[in-house]
Structure formats: structure tokens, C-alpha cells
Design a protein around this ligand. Sequence first.
Ligand code: FES
Ligand code: ZN
Length: 300
Amino acid sequence: MKCVRCKKKAVIVLRRHNAAFCADCFLHYYKNQVLKNIRKNRMFEKGEKVLAVVSGGKDSMALWDILVKEGYNVVAMYINLGIGEYSNRSQEVVEKFAKENNLPLIVKDIKKEFGLDIYKLSKTLRRSPCSVCGSIKRYLFNKVAYDGGFSAVATGHNLDDEAATLFGNVLSWEEGYLARQGPVLPQTHPKLIKKVKPLYTLTERENMYYVLLNKIEFLHEECPHSVGARSILYKELLNKLEEESPGTKQRFLSGFLKKGKKHFQDVREKLELKECKNCGQVTTTEECSFCRFVKICNQQ
Ligand code: FES
Ligand code: ZN
């Protein structure tokens, strides 16, 4: 098969676009998608400070690399969540990339810095480690972004992630989540920094190609807690549909963003936002969950 752009031998076939590309033209396509997503959704401008959340996996490594290459003012942030060897290996990958390319990187270690232990919290609060971990990550990304004067927090969510999340939210008609799902989560409070997903139209497979073609090292394993997660089942189901009918995921997501999302706008939760009495970060209770976590883990 030939590249649709330059007619050289193709190395990747994108069935949903009815296209095939050689390595150079694939990278051209990839870059254009990211730039279009950023501009079309007004995620951030060239000079603005962007905090890129990195985990060492292919998606966030691709995000970090493309933002740097395209000249955005990007600082990466990595959080060591104390998930055994998985966390140590992912930290190594991220630190090595920053060092080799001379890039700014902020590293937070929840155990060393705050005494936090997601397993202890999970047991005490009877919540899954993933849900505790999610709260901690959201808090720290926002806090670092706010304290550092960043305009946006960018994550490596891809088309597969977004379609699976949408699928799950539709199955249980989570109106509040549906109202908020999208490539940009706007700032609803001066202390809540805008969240953006520049890779939301690119698939896992395309991110994988991007890192392989650019010889970027990444951690192949997923977080051990993701095994058996609902989102993985949803991804498998969507992959089957995609196999039969290429473009399903993209149609599902873009159709929702264009035609479906607006019907949920007035169900946006009208939660009263307050500032935590300890740390000043935004919360809906007197004290934010992060501050409560720190207390739980540090009391004997
Ligand atoms: Fe948070 Fe897996 S990354 S529990
Ligand atoms: Zn707090």
C-alpha cells in the first residue's frame, strides 16, 4: 500500500480515515491533528505556560514530546504514587527523557513529601486505590499549576480513553459527567486551572507509532490497578465495533461533542465551591480531601 500523501511505501494504515502513510507523512498528520485540536478548542497559546502531566506511558510521552517540538512553553510534571516497582520504573523513564533532552520536569513523591499511602487510604476509606489515586493526582496537578502561574494542565487522554469514558457515562446516564466531558474543562473558579486534552482525536495506536518513530522510551506496562477496570472492558467492546466498522469511536465521540453534549448543559452540578480551610485549594467541603488524606496517613 502507498502513502496517500507522497506515494512512498506506507507503514501505517488508518482505516477510520481511509488513509495510509509513510513514516514522515504520518508524523506530519500527527502534528497537524495536535495543532488543530489545540487551536480549534482554544486550549492554550504559544507563550502561555502549560503543565503537561506525564506518567511515562506512550500517550503522555508523545504529548510531552510534540508540545516541546512545536515550541510550546511546557513544563512536565510527574507524581510518584508509591505503586511499588511500577512507580519507580515510570519515574526513571520520565527523568531520563527530561535529562537527555534538557527539559524542565517537576517531580512530586506523595510518600516522601506528604506521608501519603494510597493503600492505607484505600483501606481506611473503603475506596479503591484508583479512586484515591485519582483525587491525589487531580489535587496536585491543579495546585502546582495554580501556584506556578500555569494557564492550562494538559493530559495525554486519547480517542480510545475518551470514547470508553463516554460509553461508560452513557450506559449509566451520568448526566453530570456528560455535561463536563470534552477536550477542555474550563476554569470555573479562579483557583481551578483549565484542563485540556490535545490528543483527544488520536488513538492509542497512533500515539504508539509516534513514540516508536521518534525512538522515545516509554513504560510498556500499565498501572497494576488498571487490570480488570471497567474502562478496559469498554475499550475492548469499542475495539470490536471499530474492527467491524472503522471510525465508530471517532463518530461516537465527535457526534456527542457536536450534537449530544449541549443537552446536558443545564444539569451541570451547581455545587458550591469553597476554599479549603487548611490549604486554600478549591473543594466542596470545609476541608479538602487531600488535607484529610494527609491527616489520616500521618496519625498513628
Ligand atoms: Fe492511580 Fe493506577 S495510576 S491507581
Ligand atoms: Zn486542603
